[in-house]
Design a protein around this ligand. Structure first.
Ligand SMILES: O=C([C@H](O)CO)[C@H](O)[C@H](O)COP(=O)(O)O
Length: 235
């Protein structure tokens, strides 16, 4: 599949999210993500506002569903999401419910293997009908481990294994530098997500020109230039 650039709008107000999304769209980003903090701050209204402003753009609603799967997925779909997220740690029945809601409402399901046995969880998510795997090392997990002076885990550590274990597209997320995120298609993971380096540490993201939009445009061009990424380690 062609590599995709997604930005996670991990922001806490809709104005800033819409502004960042508009800049990202001008720069060539493919998918928008209503991040968990944004959904918490603004409710599903943020998905409605993003849908209104960007009628044709895929929108991932990252609510990290753990229970009540059908209703949550249905609500996100009705608000305008095209992709919803369910956790591998949820009960299998919840994953079934989200997958069923996805089929009924025409949205894709991303299964997130956060805080789980990552390779086994990725396989389980595929077996239960998810369309994508989010291979995710959590924010708190990374901080906590680093605070104890231990090496911070990275989604790159097991990315190859996860990619080879499934035959659906994988996205690697959690603490990746920009350079690392851009290179995830080389591991067979075609969904490049840009989070903190863009929305939180925007200053470190700018290139010599100092313009965020120009920097992002160069990144999108670079990712799109990869061409097709083989899924499941298959050439
Ligand atoms: O999902 C996320 C996290 O669990 C907090 O809600 C973030 O979107 C994700 O971890 C982003 O990671 P960074 O790339 O480190 O911003």
């Amino acid at each position: 599949m062609k590599p995709i650039v997604q930005i996670s709008l991990d922001l806490t107000n809709i104005e800033e999210a819409l502004e960042t999304a508009a800049m990202a769209m001008r720069a060539g980003v493919d998918w928008l993500e209503a991040g968990t903090p944004l959904i918490l701050a603004e409710g599903l209204n943020c998905v409605r506002e993003l849908r209104k402003a960007f009628p044709e753009t895929p929108i991932v609603a990252d609510l990290k569903t753990m229970d009540g799967g059908y209703l949550e997925a249905e609500m996100m779909a009705k608000a305008g999401a095209t992709h919803v997220v369910v956790m591998s740690r949820a009960h299998e029945e919840t994953i079934h419910c989200v997958v069923k809601a996805g089929q009924d409402h025409g949205v894709k399901v991303m299964g997130d293997n956060l805080a789980d046995d990552m390779v086994a969880a990725a396989k389980k998510l595929e077996d239960l009908g998810c369309d994508y795997v989010i291979h995710h090392v959590g924010y708190d997990e990374r901080r906590g481990i680093a605070a104890r002076g231990e090496r911070m885990p990275s989604p790159l550590d097991q990315l190859k294994e996860v990619v080879e274990a499934v035959s659906i597209p994988v996205q690697a997320v959690g603490g990746l530098s920009l350079e690392q995120a851009i290179r995830t298609p080389e591991y067979g993971a075609p969904l490049v997500v840009l989070g903190a380096p863009l929305t939180i540490d925007a200053d470190s993201f700018k290139t010599a020109s100092g313009d965020l939009e120009d920097s992002l445009r160069l990144i999108c061009e670079k990712v799109h230039a990869y061409g097709d990424v083989a899924i499941g380690g298959q050439k």
